[in-house]
Ligand binder design. Structure first.
Ligand SMILES: NC(=O)c1ccc[n+]([C@@H]2O[C@H](COP(=O)([O-])OP(=O)(O)OC[C@H]3O[C@@H](n4cnc5c(N)ncnc54)[C@H](OP(=O)(O)O)[C@@H]3O)[C@@H](O)[C@H]2O)c1
Ligand SMILES: *[C@@H]1O[C@H](CO)[C@@H](O)[C@H](O)[C@H]1NC(C)=O
Ligand SMILES: *[C@@H]1O[C@H](CO)[C@@H](O)[C@H](O)[C@H]1NC(C)=O
Length: 385
């Protein structure tokens, strides 16, 4: 029997066309049939990077076709300018400086999902403005959520219009799970999370007696770390994720009130020591301390993990001893693990969420699922609001 079904169009504007943004465009193209069967069509009407904004000539009636989306991915991975994609009148390019005006202009006429796959702290303004005008937003970028508390509050005035699953644990359903627990009145008593694939790997490897410096260098060679591993070792990225979780739990705190244990001392920081000097001469000086701490923990049946701990209305980031036979203690490789304790999930049986916590594919998949999750915000029409 033939089925007639109404379709929903969800207009999308993407900010950031790096590893995650490009993977998102590819997922969108590959999921056309799947989404059509769900009665959904994702209509990309704009894409921008840090220099150029591409939009369709008429956002109400036209969209980027799949050939153009693939062309955008190819152009950016060849490190060329997005302007190269302006052909056959399918899209128009303007400089980034016109970005805010263009987007608020569109938002006044069309409800869309503004997707932030940039790593910029400057996108907060346009996100706040378009959400105010009735648009939705999906973030992989943590920075808009880790600025001043007032900015966070502004974004969450409309909780139905914002999703940000990929900001913590990439595609892992950490935030979705937490929100379900919170909204059911099940009081969360603690969250302990190993939220850095790099530091998860490092801490599980030193457990077997390997020197810290060797393990960090191995992680760098495996491509697990940032180009400068101190960006991982500082704990800042884990702190951003911890702050997002803390705010979801209702803690009204800022980045500067979080206690963060850095795995290198200030005197080995990027401002005072070159990367080469740090790797060759700085790192090995840290081996002994870690070795002693591993030994001490081990004598109590425990292992060290670099975690964020949310408990007693505080957020602490650093090395922590956990039981060897817990989900965190068994962690190997670069997986993320989050243990959530609540009335329903009492210690020592927390809700455990574990899996790959980074990677373009899984991060973009989390973003895509967030976009689909916003479908109820969009009407059954072909164009417009
Ligand atoms: N990769 C992962 O595994 C992962 C996991 C979880 C979360 N995330 C988050 O996802 C985001 C994207 O990560 P990525 O690895 O794809 O980063 P990336 O490769 O560095 O890409 C960043 C993109 O954002 C663009 N951009 C920079 N400033 C911008 C601005 N002001 N407005 C609009 N676009 C701007 C860049 O433009 P140009 O091309 O012109 O430089 C680039 O295209 C980051 O916030 C990251 O923390 C990533
Ligand atoms: C993510 O994409 C970037 C840019 O294409 C690439 O350099 C990087 O290796 C990718 N990361 C992973 C884990 O695939
Ligand atoms: C929270 O309080 C309990 C009980 O006083 C204590 O055992 C625990 O260490 C505290 N946690 C943090 C992270 O301070």
């Amino acid at each position: 029997m033939e089925r007639h079904r109404e379709m929903k169009n969800i207009p999308i504007i993407l900010m950031g066309c790096g590893g995650v943004g490009r993977q998102l465009l590819q997922h969108i193209v590959h999921c056309r049939t799947l989404h059509a069967n769900m009665g959904i069509h994702l209509r990309v009407v704009g894409v921008c990077d840090s220099k150029t904004v591409l939009v369709t000539p008429d956002v109400l009636s036209t969209e980027f076709d799949d050939a153009l989306l693939i062309n955008i991915c190819k152009t950016k991975s060849d490190r060329l300018s997005l302007e190269k994609c302006v052909n056959s009148g399918k899209c128009e390019a303007s400089p980034y400086s016109e970005f805010r005006r263009k987007l608020t202009d569109i938002a006044a006429r069309l409800g869309f999902v503004l997707v932030d796959c940039s790593a910029s702290s400057e996108t907060i303004e346009v996100i706040t403005q378009t959400v105010k005008l009735g648009c939705c937003t999906v973030l992989a970028n943590k920075k808009p959520l880790t600025g001043p508390m007032e900015e966070f509050d502004q974004l969450f005035l409309q909780t139905r219009r914002i999703r940000h699953e990929s900001t913590v644990g990439a595609g892992l359903p950490v935030i979705a799970s937490l929100n379900r627990i919170i909204s059911s009145g099940d009081e969360v008593t603690s969250i302990v999370g190993s939220l850095s694939g790099t530091l998860g790997y490092v801490m599980s490897e030193v457990e077997n007696g390997k020197p810290f410096s060797e393990v960090v260098k191995a992680a760098k060679d495996l491509g697990y770390t940032e180009p400068d591993p101190r960006d991982d070792l500082s704990g800042m990225d884990v702190a951003r994720k911890g702050l997002i979780l803390a705010r979801l739990l209702g803690q009204r705190i800022d980045m500067n009130t979080i206690k963060i244990e850095s795995l290198y001392p200030d005197k080995m920081g990027p401002g005072t020591m070159t990367l080469e000097d740090f790797l060759a001469n700085g790192l090995p000086l840290l081996d002994n301390d870690i070795k002693e701490r591993v030994k001490k923990a081990s004598s109590d049946g425990k292992v060290l993990r670099y975690v964020c701990i949310l408990q007693n209305s505080t957020c602490v980031i650093g090395i922590h001893e956990v039981p060897k036979d817990s989900a965190l203690g068994r962690l190997k490789g670069s997986d993320n693990v989050v243990e959530i304790c609540s009335r329903c999930y009492e210690p020592p049986n927390p809700l455990v969420i574990q899996g790959a916590g980074a990677g373009n594919d899984t991060t973009a998949a989390g973003v895509l699922a967030d976009i689909i999750d916003l479908q109820d915000q969009f009407p059954f029409t072909n164009t417009g609001k």
